[in-house]
Design a protein around this ligand. Sequence first.
Ligand code: AMP
Ligand code: TRP
Length: 333
Amino acid sequence: MKNILSGIQPTGDLHLGNYFGAVQNWVRLQDAYECRFGVVDYHSMTMPYKAEQLRENTWKMAFYLLACGIKPENLFVQSLVPEHVELAWVLGCLTSYGELTRMTQFKDKSDQLRETDKESLVSAGLFLYPVLQAADILIYHADYVPVGKDQEQHLELSRNIAQRFNYQFGKEYFVHPEPLFTETPKILSPADPNKKMSKSLGEKHYINLFGDEDRVRKQIKSAVTDTGDTPSGEMSPGVKNLFELLRACNNLAAHDALMGDYQAGALKYSDLKEAVADTIVSLIHPLRERLAELNADKRNVKAQIQDSSVEIRKRAQQTMREVRELTGLLNLK
Ligand code: AMP
Ligand code: TRP
């Protein structure tokens, strides 16, 4: 069976963009592939953070993923598999400084720190981030990596590193991982449909998957529909986004009926918004219930995540033993 690896940073909330762009796809892939999904907490140390907050967010994200339908045995916490970091060191020694300076995510994030007068916090860790990501993928010999388009460059780097390792050590050892992109287009911010839904823009710009249902209704109700700058005859980005949400939630009946109204010039935005709010609330309601069940059994659920991390770690340890052999390091007998 082909195998899959993906990761998500423990950033606090999970929003509809993350769900439709990533997590929903992961849940479906579990039926057809051997899957491993990591909450990548080492990655979250690359930007300024607080220790207690990181630990809390890591557990939170793991619980969210389980509530969404990720199977416990497929889930691990990256820092419980420290071999990722060991492999990142080995791979880092095969990666050129020049190619890391070309990574756009590094440029974006270091610019972000510079713009807020935090240049001194642009860390070597942030620079090495893509190498750690390559290690995440290669350590399990993953065939496919489901990610957003923004990760294309990192995936290409992972393939280059794999190729270089194989050439240098004379063996077709690492698989060349391929990205699996989702078909869902970027979900946009309800408050500013010229931008993508994202946590970094602030609270009104994302819809929390585990958020309060009244708040979700309010956010949809006040979603921007017409920005006034859409050429006549074209659908505005805000309206398009609302239709996209109906489609993403698989409410095709409402989508098609309302699209019929739109084409007939008879669409009432209030009807569209009501349909979207109802659809989203019925999507998130069972997820919230599932999360409440998991939270009621917190200790056991945490123990289960630790056990599955230990189990998944065995595969990573096997890879590291082989990598040590191939690269001239020592192994304990
Ligand atoms: P991030 O939190 O931005 O690192 O994203 C985590 C995952 O969610 C990645 O696979 C992204 O591609 C996906 N994602 C984030 N924001 C959106 C969005 N607005 N629409 C669709 N997918 C998204
Ligand atoms: N860099 C990814 C992101 O920002 C997260 C990530 C870390 C990842 N390691 C990974 C994704 C390995 C896929 C595979 O979304």
